[in-house]
Design a protein. Structure first.
Length: 240
């Protein structure tokens, strides 16, 4: 039977990207979440309720293929009480449980998972989460651009699905997910070329579009200009 105990709850999903630091800051500033979900080795540094580790445990316990995540997972997996959602059970990991793949696919009528995070997001949809806060889900892999692009695309696809079901999505400032780290005046392609660009604004949880000149914006951060949105190197240098 499908559980509904998480229906309407607020969940923080924490990955390994740099914007994970925003999660620590949010907790230190008093923010609270009904549950916290960790991706892979994020189970080590933060308090959490669930772990999503969709590779088989043997990848971490028997190989070095997971790189820097390996030591933490080798230390924690044998003693973790779970639940650790994964694709294969292993006697060495007592907290491991099989991800409810068939149930999620039947519920969503979708089957598109090319990295671990989308499984967690789809699980949130399956459990009818009310609001999903994403930290450290950045897809900024400098050594594997294709993996970054395909992984981000899959995650954003599932986030769109969640929004369609009425879930609220909150992405950590500084994350590349949903262009959150892009300066407001750069986010609307085409309009970004105007002398007075259109800018997205949120007031009382309502999404508004207005002219940049009509807003008092925070001081700009040292954030990247999206490659391809400007016509030449000179323009990039002038706007960077």
């Amino acid at each position: 039977m499908k559980e509904r105990s998480l229906k309407g709850s607020s969940v923080a999903l924490v990955g390994l990207g740099g914007s994970q630091l925003a999660y620590t800051l949010s907790v230190a500033n008093g923010d609270e979440y009904d549950e916290v979900w960790a991706i892979n080795s994020m189970l080590a540094p933060i308090k959490h309720d669930r772990v999503f580790m969709m590779d088989p445990p043997s990848r971490f316990l028997d190989t070095e293929n997971a790189g820097k995540q390996t030591p933490a997972l080798r230390r924690e997996l044998p003693k973790h009480k779970g639940p650790i959602y994964t694709c294969q059970l292993d006697d060495r990991v007592p907290g491991a449980v099989l991800y409810p793949l068939e149930e999620v696919i039947k519920d969503t009528n979708l089957c598109y998972f090319n990295n671990t995070v989308p499984y967690a997001v789809a699980f949130a949809a399956y459990q009818e989460i009310g609001k999903l806060h994403l930290f450290g889900i950045d897809y900024s892999y400098s050594t594997n651009v294709h993996m970054a692009e395909s992984g981000r695309a899959c995650t954003e696809f599932w986030l769109s699905f969640c929004v369609g079901r009425g879930m609220k999505i909150d992405v950590a400032y500084g994350s590349s997910l949903l262009d959150t780290n892009v300066p407001p005046e750069e986010r609307l392609y085409g309009y970004h070329r105007l002398d007075d660009p259109l800018v997205m604004n949120i007031e009382n949880e309502e999404l508004l579009i207005t002219r940049q000149s009509e807003l008092v914006l925070p001081e700009p951060m040292d954030t990247p200009i999206i490659f391809g949105r400007h016509d030449n190197l000179v323009e990039l240098q002038e706007t960077a």
